[in-house]
Every structure is written in C-alpha cells, then in structure tokens.
Design a protein around this ligand. Structure first.
Ligand code: ADP
Ligand code: MG
Length: 304
C-alpha cells in the first residue's frame, strides 16, 4: 500500500496547477542529426505513430482537446484581452504585463522575444494558467482560463497544453515511462491498458525506449529532455508552450529541438516558444517582441 500511497501523493502533487506543468512539459531533440548517440529521422517522429494517434478517448477529460481547440473564441486558439499582471512585492505593486491584447490562430508557430525581465515567462504563464492575470481575460480554445478553479485548471491544462521548460522537470522518483504515463493517468485520454504501450511508443519515437525503466537521474540531460518531450505529447495537446526550451542545449541539439517544433506545426499543432536565439525566432511564422511588459512589436515572418 505504501507504493500506492506514494503514487497517489505524486498524482495529487502533479494535479496541483503549480506542479502539473512539470508533468506535461516537453523538451525536445532530434531531426536526423545524431544527438548523443541517438538518431531520429526527421519525418519519423509523428508519422509512424499508430498508437500515438490512435488511442481512444474515453475518460473524464471528455472531448478531444484538438476538437476543443477548434472551437476557440472568434476562431482564435489564444485570445488575450487587455491582460495585466501585477506582482505585489515588499516595495509595492510591480506591473509586469501591461494591457496585452493578442490573438493566436490555430496552427501558428510563434516566438516570443525580448530582454530579460520583459515579461515573457509571465505571458506564457497567463496562457497556460500557471499564473492568473490581475486584470483582463485569457481565452484558450474558447475556455476562459482566468475563470477556472485550480482543479479545473489542472484538468484543462492536462489535455490542452504541453508545457516545455529549459530544465525538463521530470519527477525524480518515477521511472521514465511512469513520467510519460503520468499525464495519461491524470487525464484519461487513453484507456488504462493502452497507456504503457502509448508511452513506450513515444519513448521509442524520441529514441530512449531502452531507458524506460530507469529513474531520470540515470539519464543524461539530453535524454531527460527527450523523456520530457514524450511526456508533454502524451495527451496530444493542440498547443505546445515552451519557455526557452533550447536555452540549455548546444547548437546541434537546439537545432534538433526546433526541427521537432516545426514538425509539430506541420501536423497542425500550435507552438508558442520563448527564445533568445534570433536565428531560431526567424524560423517561426510570427515574432512577438515584448518590452517592459508591453507587446512592442508583432512581426509577421510570412511563414507557416
Ligand atoms: P522574462 O521571462 O522576460 O525574463 P519574467 O516574466 O520572468 O521575465 O519577469 C518579468 C518581471 O516580473 C521581472 O522583473 C521579474 O523580476 C518580475 N517577476 C516575475 N515573477 C515575479 C514574482 N513572483 N514576484 C515579483 N516579481 C516577479
Ligand atoms: Mg523568462
């Protein structure tokens, strides 16, 4: 029963909105470049995955997240209206997002750039529901994210958003395959008996299936990132949000990660990524420039 209790406590922890992002985050790698001994074909990751696309949706999350995304307000997947975020500090209130109004259509590939402290992470946290706006409204897939309770937020996020962090945030006491299954267990997109197969398939696709039964600490950083990718893709979220996912990678790995995002976009996934790398942001369809909490420039790169 001890094992069960531990598992339940982990589930409880990761269901909390502050913790859940770590269970649904993606980190990435691989586009045909040999990365730390693994080789991923550029077209292989999402094409051969029958399990990956074929799981039956049966559980309490209800409708397909992708279907839900299509029903967004005004056709926009992300719709921010006059969003303000003020942090209370010992020295008084500090407003770090100042009336951000923004629409993102389904299928867009968007980068967010700006100096350190300009509000990029805060903006992402508004979209993922990790944090709440002080003012304004946040709609994602038609859902009024700013109005959801903590439990609703966790459930909504689990089926809607794959979040990627610079440091992959795998749960250290779970094996790699358990980490990947965790969002599935939480969201019930796949039937219980299908989950391990689906998780193994995702691990295979990111090139680390042989590490499935190891703890994260036994893997290299690059391998842990691959595990985090598989985990974030577990429930087929229509939206991937990534906060400097290449910030901890060398050039070859960063390029591989980016190629993976490009593949996701090609499949119809909407991808929003914070990056400091101008070369990478130039490869996205649209660049949002943040400056001192304001949307300073909304640049269309004429792609995607
Ligand atoms: P960026 O991601 O662009 O570097 P952030 O969104 O992390 O910027 O932060 C924007 C500003 O908000 C920074 O000045 C930061 O110090 C401040 N900030 C972020 N989180 C908090 C917090 N919890 N409390 C107070 N200030 C915060
Ligand atoms: Mg940041």
């Amino acid at each position: 029963m001890c094992v069960l209790n531990t598992w339940m406590s982990v589930i409880h922890d990761v269901c909390h909105p502050r913790c859940l992002p770590s269970t649904i985050g993606v980190s990435c790698s691989g586009d045909g470049t040999d990365l730390a001994g693994y080789r991923l074909r550029k077209t292989g990751l999402f094409r051969s995955g029958l399990d990956w696309k074929g799981g039956k949706r049966d559980g309490k999350c209800g409708q397909s997240a992708i279907g839900m995304a299509a029903s967004g307000a005004n056709g926009a997947l992300i719709d921010l209206r006059d969003v303000v975020k003020t942090y209370e500090t010992g020295a008084g209130g500090v407003t770090v997002l100042k009336s951000i109004t923004l629409k993102v259509q389904s299928g867009e590939f968007i980068s967010v750039v700006g100096p350190s402290g300009s509000g990029k992470s805060t903006l992402l946290n508004m979209i993922t529901g990790i944090d709440r706006p002080t003012g304004g409204e946040v709609f994602v897939g038609g859902e009024a994210v700013h109005e959801l309770s903590e439990n609703q937020l966790a459930r909504w996020r689990g089926r809607t958003v794959g979040v990627i962090f610079q440091f992959f945030q795998l749960l250290p006491t779970l094996t790699i395959v358990e980490n990947v299954m965790l969002p599935m267990d939480f969201c019930n997109v796949y039937k219980r008996r299908e989950r391990k197969g689906q998780a193994m398939h995702l691990l295979q696709q990111v090139g680390i299936a042989e590490h499935a039964d190891k703890l994260p600490s036994a893997l290299s950083g690059g391998e842990q990132q691959r595990a985090a990718i598989a985990r974030s893709l577990a429930n087929e979220p229509p939206l991937i949000v990534a906060d400097e996912p290449t910030g901890n990678l060398d050039t070859a790995n960063a390029d591989g990660v980016f190629a993976l995002f490009e593949e996701l976009v090609d499949r119809g996934t909407t991808v929003l990524i914070v990056t400091h790398d101008r070369g990478l942001s130039a490869r996205t369809g649209r660049v949002l420039h943040l400056l001192d909490g304001r949307l300073h420039r909304d640049q269309n790169n004429g792609k995607h």
